[in-house]
Design a protein around this ligand. Structure first.
Ligand SMILES: [Zn+2]
Length: 438
């Protein structure tokens, strides 16, 4: 269960928005050597960055080749191994050290900084898994610079971007004070329930060293996800005695109890701001049309930008399940047994946020502004939820667009060379600015 967050969280978020707006205006008006904008400007004006721009242009074909190759290796939830193995080899090829797969299936490698070994780490990750089941046609189709295939954007383009970034860091001989851990992680989507990033930050060998996180999983280069939408998912199983639909008519029926629960759930009211949502996504159960089912179940998803709203919705949901069960047991005969409901949590994404005035957020925003883009701040559900919930500064940044139709068979990305070169440059400037390198 998520706990400990209060309804004050959203108010703080709004207050920070005002503070940040004032701060941003100050930075624009009075640039100083210390401001993130000035630091990014100096980075972009450096000879190394100019060299990097040339390299990125020359690397375009390889980027596209790797994006296609990775997309065409299926990576359904819990079945990321084949893609993980291929990505592990690619991480080795780009020159990372300590390349390995951890027990959860994440693959990773280190780029050493100039500081002493074993120091704080910046984690840069993209997720290996897609939402698409086994058997999905993942062959990439091309129309000019437009590439189409399930998963090609979310998040395979993020994986390809990491490889391009590491090659560029090497080619232009950039250095960073601390080590950077680059990872392709499992389990971001759906029932994966962020298992890959949870392992990296709570169990893995680097868990105590990771002090900042840049997750690459947004569509556009100017997007900054600095808040994590929390979600809670249940599978609720309703059980009863079952029986013949005609001969045992009158006995309690778990399907009626579940139907009652769904009808009540559907009428719950949730705020539009902070955005709070709920869904019954899967219903199942029963054995034949002429049997009172002994068991039915439903999968439920609830989300909110605010932890307090999520907790309130959760309590209301559990209450209506209880009411519907009671009503069924009162309405029909319980002589062969009662209906009971068993709600099991099948997914838990903790809420969290990185404040707008946190250095990592300001730095990423400055890098985006340096390319003439205006940063947009969003709250979403990504791998960054986990570091945010642990108090580790984290944001999710763009993999570069344009692209669209994520999670659909028509998913597409555009790899127009000029636009893509800019996307890679924005990500490179972001990475170097956050890592304090140059
Ligand atoms: Zn994603």
């Amino acid at each position: 269960m998520v706990g400990g967050r209060t309804s004050a969280a959203y108010d703080v978020l709004m207050r920070n928005t005002v503070v940040f707006a004032a701060f941003a205006a100050f930075v624009v008006a009075v640039p100083s050597a210390q401001s993130p904008d000035a630091r990014v400007r100096a980075l972009l004006d450096s000879p190394k960055f100019k060299q990097a721009i040339g390299f990125i242009q020359s690397d375009q074909d390889r980027f596209v080749r790797e994006l296609i190759a990775l997309t065409e290796i299926p990576a359904p939830p819990f079945k990321e191994q084949a893609r993980a193995k291929a990505y592990l080899e690619m991480l080795r090829q780009v020159g990372l050290t300590d390349v390995e797969m951890d027990p959860e299936g994440n693959v990773m490698g280190i780029r050493r900084g100039s500081g002493p070994a074993g120091g704080p780490l910046l984690l840069v990750n993209a997720h290996l898994d897609t939402v698409f089941p086994e058997g999905t046609d993942v062959k990439v189709k091309r129309q000019g610079t437009k590439l189409m295939a399930p998963g090609i954007g979310d998040d395979t383009r993020g994986l390809a971007l990491i490889l391009a970034l590491v090659r560029t860091l090497e080619a232009a001989k950039f250095t960073t004070p601390g080590d950077i851990l680059f990872a392709g992680n499992v389990g971001e989507e759906g029932e994966g329930d962020l298992r890959g990033i949870k392992f990296l930050l709570k169990t893995g060998k680097y868990k105590d060293r990771i002090k900042q996180v840049l997750a690459i999983d947004g569509n556009e280069s100017n997007g900054i996800t600095r808040g994590g939408v929390g979600s809670r998912r249940y599978r609720v199983t309703f059980k009863g005695p079952g029986g013949h639909s005609y001969g045992a008519f009158g006995l309690v029926n778990p399907a009626f109890a579940m139907g009652g629960a769904i009808a009540k759930f559907a009428r719950l009211e949730v705020p539009t701001k902070p955005k709070t949502t709920f869904n019954v996504g899967v219903v199942r159960g029963g054995t034949s049309v002429n049997s009172i089912p002994a068991e039915v179940s439903m999968d439920v998803d609830m989300r909110s930008e605010a932890c307090a709203e999520l907790n309130r919705l959760d309590q209301e949901f559990l209450a209506v399940v209880g009411q519907a069960v009671d009503e069924e047991n009162r309405t029909r005969s319980t002589r062969e047994g009662r209906v009971a409901a068993d709600p099991k949590v099948i997914g838990e994404r903790p809420c969290g946020e990185t404040p707008l005035d946190a250095p990592i957020v300001q730095t990423v925003a400055a890098a985006i502004r340096a390319f003439g883009l205006s940063p947009t701040f969003t709250i979403s559900s990504t791998d960054a939820n986990i570091p945010m919930s642990l108090g580790i500064p984290a944001v999710t940044i763009g993999r570069g667009g344009p692209g669209g139709r994520a999670h659909s068979p028509d998913e597409w990305v555009d790899v127009d060379p000029a636009a893509n070169a800019r996307n890679v440059q924005v990500a490179l400037a972001t990475l170097l600015a956050v890592a304090g390198g140059g």
